[in-house]
Ligand binder design. Structure first.
Ligand code: SF4
Ligand code: SF4
Length: 289
């Protein structure tokens, strides 16, 4: 990529994650003529984040001591830190190791391969550095990346996914049980809740243009809670999802409750239930794209 010193300079720091956010950024072409990418190990071979970097996009959660070092060092240099994607904001795939034998497997390999030391628990990046902007999504779409780079004031999003989805909610089509994931025939234009699918789009922030629900896949909430719930405890978000199902279905409360805690949704809903337990202040909605 040719150097253009007149363009704003941004870097992408990848911590513990899956590189999906980086691929989404590479899929966007709009930024190519407007920003200079100066650091991103996946595509730009520079050893560290350069001193004159203005914007730092951070993807991935903080899972080991190397993540902590790289994050703190880079955040000191730049003008603005943007937390990108589910892993940087609430754990994501990096957090899965807290719950199963992944951690034990990693530790058993640690000395053999001289891997970085695991932290006791996966953390979001704002446990270590100040964050100027949060960009939720798994991964954020190219359009959302552009919104983060150009500034939230340039980006227009609906308050919830339902508005961008546009499927009709019907009062007289009331399923009595949930349909499993990837089962059944999805009717076009009718709300997925009416069809018995566990869609949480009614309380999830817009901006993704309902990427999943328009073609028929239930929203699993990767954009996180809408502004109405983002500064409240997780239970308020859970309750809101239940209310949407009570209005449109006759599915038992317990069945919804169990499904909300299923592995399919665990990546995005309430990964850090201790988040609001006095550990730190809630993320202000003004800072979330
Ligand atoms: S609940 Fe899901 S399917 Fe229904 S309108 Fe909202 S986003 Fe679309
Ligand atoms: S529809 Fe839901 S799961 Fe899909 S991209 Fe949007 S917020 Fe994420």
């Amino acid at each position: 990529m040719p150097e253009n010193p007149t363009l704003p300079r941004f870097a992408v720091l990848q911590l513990s994650g899956c590189a999906g956010c980086e691929v989404a950024l590479i899929n966007a072409s709009e930024w190519i003529d407007q920003y200079q990418l100066v650091y991103m190990p996946l595509v730009v071979s520079t050893h560290t984040v350069p001193e004159d970097t203005e914007i730092l996009l951070v993807s991935g959660g903080v899972r080991n001591d190397e993540d902590v070092y790289n994050l703190r060092r880079a955040a000191e240099i730049v003008d603005q830190v943007v937390a990108v994607g589910t892993c940087a904001i609430s754990g994501g795939v990096a957090n899965l190791g807290d719950r199963d034998d992944v951690r034990a497997m990693f530790l058993s390999q640690e000395n053999r391969y001289h891997l970085p030391h695991l932290l006791p628990k996966s953390r979001p990046i704002d446990s270590f550095v100040d964050v100027d902007l949060y960009l939720p999504g798994c991964p954020p779409t190219p359009e959302l990346f552009m919104g983060a780079l150009t500034g939230p004031e340039q980006f227009e999003a609906s308050s919830i996914v339902c508005i961008e989805c546009g499927r009709k909610k019907l009062k007289d089509m009331r399923p009595t049980h949930l349909v499993g994931f990837q089962q059944g025939q999805v009717l076009p234009e009718i709300c997925l809740i009416n069809q018995g699918y566990l869609c949480v789009g009614s309380s999830v922030r817009g901006g993704c243009r309902a990427l999943c629900t328009r073609p028929g896949h239930p929203c699993v909430g990767c954009r996180g809670p809408s502004n109405a719930y983002i500064e409240k405890e997780s239970q308020v978000w859970f309750d809101r999802v239940q209310t949407a199902f009570e209005r449109l279905t006759d599915i038992p409360h317990d069945e919804i409750e169990k499904a909300l805690h299923s592995p399919q949704l665990s990546l995005f809903l309430f990964q850090f239930p201790d988040y609001m337990n006095g550990e730190r202040k809630p993320r202000p909605k003004e800072k979330v794209l």
